[in-house]
Design a protein around this ligand. Structure first.
Ligand SMILES: [Zn+2]
Length: 229
């Protein structure tokens, strides 16, 4: 959405959810490195400031965000599922694109796990799927176990990270290969701005991603087993 669109959308939601309250809603996407948002009341105005990283979020997520923010000002009962839906969207679609706040690359980062060596996997996938053309970034297992953010690629730091839960004998090699492959596609297809919106997983990206051997069964395996790792 553009700032104009979200401004109109939030005013409309406000009228719908709080028909008795007469406020003018002013909403904008603001420039930030975070996924934080604010709402402030000033006289008869409500100012919603939404992180710019959400300008390509689906309408439903923006609506849930409106409800979360508004519930801080007005009485509004929110179903826990809605918050969950929002947070899972952020983990999967927003955070991968936001570099962690500490810009320094930790010396603790290492590609060599107790089971899998991510550098070897990267080189292997690079040969098979990219004719060896992708320049190897710094590759590492995450410092902490992450169950939602399974991996990310930070363009700023040329850093590719995979959640260390997958450095486990129970994890089939092709699962780790697939996760590395997904992040490599982010190097191959840098985030694009289309009509002013940031697109990370473009249809083209998804199409190539789906062509990874056993794509479906790998994703089913991850869903079924990640919480046991
Ligand atoms: Zn991705």
């Amino acid at each position: 959405m553009t700032t104009m669109e979200i401004n109109a959308f939030y005013q409309q939601l406000f009228n719908e959810y709080f028909p008795g309250k007469h406020f003018t809603v002013q909403t904008e996407f603001y420039s930030t490195k975070t996924a934080n948002h604010y709402v402030k009341r000033k006289g008869r105005y409500l100012h919603y400031k939404i992180s710019q990283h959400f300008d390509s979020a689906p309408e439903r997520i923006l609506k849930i965000l409106f409800l979360i923010l508004s519930s801080k000002l007005f009485r509004l009962k929110l179903k826990p599922e809605l918050k969950k839906e929002y947070h899972s969207y952020v983990e999967n679609h927003i955070m991968p694109d936001i570099p962690p706040s500490k810009p320094r690359i930790s010396k603790q980062y290492t590609a060599v796990g107790s089971v899998y060596n991510l550098n070897d996997i990267f080189d292997h996938i690079n040969q098979i799927h990219f004719s060896g053309r992708i320049k190897r970034p710094l590759i590492a297992w995450s410092l902490h176990k992450s169950y939602n953010r399974l991996g990310f690629y930070s363009d700023d730091r040329a850093l590719l990270v995979i959640s260390r839960i997958f450095d486990n004998r129970k994890v089939p090699a092709n699962v780790v290969e697939y996760l590395v492959y997904h992040e490599m596609l982010h190097i191959h297809f840098p985030a694009q701005k289309i009509n002013g919106r940031r697109r990370i997983h473009t249809p083209e990206f998804r199409k190539i991603e789906h062509s990874f051997p056993d794509y479906k069964s790998i994703n089913i395996w991850i869903k079924k087993n990640k919480h046991r790792l």
